[in-house]
Design a protein around this ligand. Structure first.
Ligand code: SAH
Length: 260
């Protein structure tokens, strides 16, 4: 009933100190760490969730990575949007199966993969990315996790210069000056479509909100998402001492029909 590991699978290994490593299985491959060596062969044919031991007896738990785990481990050029914000982006942006979504910039592709999961095989994600090298890395990251058939197109272009696509359902932005995209977005989205923007500083949010207020977008809202993890060990149950206090602000708005 299960889906045993085969060569070519991506596998996340977690050691007893909860350190995580991402590997891709091959017949002759070996995983080396200071806790010893693990031949990939020992994993091939095993079920996900198995515990294996290195040559020095150290325990490793092996699982296929979740999207959130992959995003935190994959090769990155630009900073990625963290899972804490990726989940809410899907909900606030109301990204549904079959949706046609434009994303810019693509960066390392973390958000792209999240959008692809949400739009499913009948949807499409179009990405505009300024830098050829980032676009290429994102394509590799996406293919590494979702395979070669994901419905995605990444184009090397500057979204500030305009959007060629029309009748889009959603536009999701992670770039420094989204207010320069508002007018283009109003022309590219269908009425009722959603524009969502991720921004690191509140001054940027202010400028975006001004541009939205002067446009045919309405129902704008801005928020931040706080996530506090907890330490759970026996009776010692309390918030962790450290947390990521800030990543970015989310702003979303809907395209309305201008009053006649
Ligand atoms: N959301 C991405 C990270 C994006 S980082 C992720 O989760 O992985 C921001 C990206 O926007 C960078 O790659 C940068 O090159 C790109 N960018 C900046 N300005 C742009 C523009 N005007 N048009 C297209 N891409 C742009």
């Amino acid at each position: 009933m299960g889906r045993p590991f085969v060569a070519g699978d991506m596998v996340l290994l977690e050691d007893s100190k909860r350190r995580r490593h991402l590997i891709t299985l091959s017949e002759e491959g070996e995983f080396h760490s200071h806790t010893g060596v693990l031949p990939h062969r020992n994993l091939i044919g095993q079920e996900e969730g198995v515990t294996v031991r290195t040559t020095r007896g150290a325990r490793l738990v092996a699982l296929r990575p979740t999207l959130a785990e992959y995003v935190l481990k994959m090769p990155r050029g630009a900073q990625v949007i963290y899972p804490k914000d990726l989940g809410p982006i899907i909900m606030l942006g109301d990204v549904f199966p079959g949706a046609r979504v434009l994303e810019s910039g693509v960066g390392s592709g973390a958000l792209t993969m999240t959008l692809l999961r949400a739009v499913g095989p009948t949807g499409h994600v179009l990405g505009y990315e300024l830098r050829e090298d980032f676009a290429e890395r994102a394509r590799r990251n996406i293919e590494g996790f979702l395979g070669p058939d994901a419905p995605v197109t990444i184009e090397v272009r500057d979204i500030y210069e305009g959007i060629e696509a029309t009748d889009l359902d959603r536009i999701v932005l992670d770039l420094p000056e989204p207010w320069r995209v508002v007018e283009h977005a109003a022309g590219a989205l269908r009425p009722g479509g959603i524009l969502l923007s991720y921004l690191p500083t509140i001054g940027q949010v202010g400028l975006l909100r001004e541009a939205l207020a002067a446009s045919s977008f309405g129902m704008a809202e801005s928020l931040e998402v706080l996530q506090r993890t907890w330490h759970v060990e026996g009776q010692s149950i309390r918030p962790d001492h450290r947390m990521v206090a800030h990543t970015g602000f989310l702003t979303h708005a809907r395209l309305l029909v201008p009053e006649g």
